[in-house]
Ligand binder design. Structure first.
Ligand code: DGY
Length: 332
């Protein structure tokens, strides 16, 4: 029987997963798969004890002002740049995310983008569909090799390491840059070598961005960084929009030095800048890095586990499995 606590699920999710919340609380699920505006989010959060949030639901001090009820928010996603963690902690609201369960799936998609961009799959596919193909031409859609080349990774967290491990099958040299160098044993396991950011830009034939978005990382790949990249390089952004200056990227795809790009995330998504849309050599996907049935289910289930634990409901009572603001861990 549903209890007296109230939960808001701000996006429609797998109904059977939401049923796990309905067993313990009164649940409202938004009908539309669309971010509520700031006012609706503020008001909705003031009326509930917990919420399951989408990655574009921005919660900050303004959203929380005057809210005395909310105890927990569970992001359905690993990245949480939509949440002001300091403001949530100050308000005593637990915040959680969904790490680990999407690592391998997202690494797969990084490779899908890398390969599609390097081998011009998008352009070639559009050409065939448009009925332009007149027969095999020896010099048509010449792309860039992946095997034997240098793979660079900026941001060597869980997903970065999973991307690196896959490179062994392509006989690649793997270099990375990260806030801090990994332990030697982890470097060995991924066969990856730590280099400076400058060396990463200069030496990568294929560069994958996998760092979290923070104000310091805003436009970490700007016109200057793009100009420092290897001529003919391929850039993949599967981290976050805002890491790359998308207008500068479009210029680098048009005028060099880049050969191609594979992008799953965009500044100001779901809007994509017109300059990028005009680039035939950019493969664009709509933030689907973790989008397989199994992984999206696992993410939804982990978010539910987190929320149940944070609200002390059912068998999940205890600290949420992936609590971000660990200062709020309960002392037991
Ligand atoms: C995340 O979880 O942060 C991903 O961007 C979702 O695909």
């Amino acid at each position: 029987m549903a209890g007296t606590l109230k939960i808001w699920v701000t996006r429609p999710l797998f109904d059977d997963v939401i049923d796990r919340l309905r067993e313990h609380a009164q649940v409202r699920v938004s009908a539309q798969d669309k971010a509520p505006d700031a006012q609706a989010l503020k008001q909705g959060l003031a009326e509930v004890d917990g919420a399951l949030l989408g990655l574009s639901d921005r919660v900050d001090a303004d959203t929380l002002a005057g809210n005395t009820r909310l105890k927990a928010v569970a992001n359905v996603g690993v990245g949480y740049n939509n949440l002001d963690i300091d403001a949530l902690t100050a308000a005593g609201v637990m915040a959680t995310n969904t790490p680990d369960v999407l690592t391998e799936t997202t690494a797969d998609h990084a490779w899908a983008l890398l390969m599609a961009a390097a081998r011009r799959v998008g352009e070639a596919e559009r050409y065939v569909r448009a009925g332009h193909w007149q027969g095999l031409r020896f010099d048509q859609f010449l792309g860039h090799d992946i095997h034997g080349r240098t793979l660079g990774i900026l941001g060597m967290g869980r997903i970065g390491r999973a991307v690196a491990r896959r490179a062994a099958g392509f006989g690649m040299r793997v270099i990375y840059h990260n806030r801090s160098q990994l332990d030697a044993s982890v470097e060995r396991e991924c066969a990856a070598h730590y280099v400076s950011r400058e060396a990463l830009l200069a030496q990568s034939d294929h560069l994958v961005l996998l760092l979290p978005y923070t104000p310091e990382a805003h436009h970490i790949i700007d016109a200057t960084a793009l100009a420092a990249m290897k001529p003919g390089a391929v850039l993949v952004n599967i981290g976050r929009g805002g890491l790359v200056d998308d207008v500068a990227l479009a210029a680098a795809l048009r005028d060099g030095p880049l050969a191609a790009a594979g992008l799953d995330v965009f500044e100001g998504e779901p809007n994509v800048c017109a300059e990028l849309l005009a680039c035939e050599n950019a493969v664009l996907t709509p933030h689907i890095g973790s989008a397989t049935e199994a992984t999206r289910r696992a993410m939804a289930n982990l978010a539910v586990d987190n929320l149940l634990a944070a609200l002390d409901l059912g068998q999940q009572a205890g600290d949420p499995p992936s609590l971000i603001n660990r200062e709020l861990k309960r002392k037991r």
